[in-house]
Design a protein around this ligand. Sequence first.
Ligand code: ZN
Length: 376
Amino acid sequence: MLFKEIIGQQAVKDRLKRSVKEGRISHAQLFLGPQGSGSLALALAYAQYISCSNKQESDSCGHCLSCVKYNKLVHPDLHFVYPVALSKDIRVSTDVATKWREVFLDNPYITLFSWFEMQDAENKQAIIGVDESAEILRKLSLTTYEAEYKIMIIWQAEKMNQQAANKLLKILEEPPDKTLFLLVCENEDQLLRTIVSRTQLIKIGKINETDLINALIESNDLSPEAAANISRLADGNYSEALFLVNENENAEQNLLSFQKLMRASIKFDPKAVLPWIDEISAAGRERQKNFLNYALHIMRESMVLNYADVSLIKLGVEEQGFVKKFSPFIHTNNLERFIEELNKAHYHMERNANPKILFMDLAFKFNELLNLPKPI
Ligand SMILES: [Zn+2]
C-alpha cells in the first residue's frame, strides 16, 4: 500500500513519514479513526514505508524486494491480526489469512461487517480471542528476518476479548526488540485504558469532502454531481461511499430482474421463467440475497402506494414508474405471503440452498400469489 493510494489524510501521512525520517518510530501506536477513514490502509502504508529499502521523499518506492512482498501482503515480517468468527477450525487470524489478503487487496477500506460477510459469517460474533496472543508471540519469535522491524498490525483492536487484551498488554509492557505494534481501532473507549496509555495515538479524522469527491470521480467513474451526492451521504466515510455506489448499480439491475420475474411468473411462462432463473443463479450469493431484499422492499412500497400518496414511497424515479403499474397486484390477500416467501428464500439462501431450485420455487409461488383475488 502506497501513501498515494490512500484518499486524502495529508496531515497524517506527513506526520507518519516525518517520524520515519527522524527515526522516531514508537514501538506501539494506535491508529484511531472512524469507519471508512482509511486508518487500516494508513497503518499498512506506514509499515511498508518503514520497511522499504529505497524510500522516496513522499512514498515507498513500490518496487524493492520489500515493497513487492508488501504489495501482495506476503512479507515475512508483516503480520496481521483481525477478528475472526471462532469455530472448530478457525482459532486465529492465520487460519483465514488467504481470504484476508484477497479481501483487503480488493478493498483496503474494508469494514468489519463486509469482512464477516465475505466469510459468510455476518451473523457471528467478531472476536480476537485469547489464542491469538499465543500466536502473536509465536510470530514474533520466528527467525525470518528480512526487514529491520517485525510489524504487527492489529485491525479492530477493540474486538480483543479481555484475556487477549491482557496478554497483549504484557507484551506491550516488555516489547520485544525491533518490533512494532500498530493497533487500528474505531472505538477507543472499547479498548483497555492501560493499552491506550501504552500506545502513541495517531488520530485520523473523516476524509474531507473535496478529497472524497475527487476519489469517487477518479476511481468510480462517477459524474461530479453523482460524486457530490454520494459524498454528502457518506460523510467522509469511503467504505460507505463505495457501498452507496454499489447500491446504485444494484438497484438498476435489481429493478430489471424484478420486472422480468413478475412478467414471467404472472402467467408462469417457462420460456421467460427459465432464462430468468439461469441469469439470477449465475450471480453470486451476495447478489442473490441482495435481490431478495430488494424484492421485499418493492413489495412493501407497492402496498404503501396503494394506501398513500406517491410522495411517501422511498423509490427512485424509474422504480416509481414501475411500482405505479405493479401496485394493483399487491393487496392484503397476498402481501404477507409474499413477504413470508421472500424471507424464507433469504433464510435458505444463507444456508447454501441450491439457487436454481430456490428461484424456481419462488417463481411458482409468485404465480400463485399474483393470481390470488383481491379482497372485495
Ligand atoms: Zn520499496
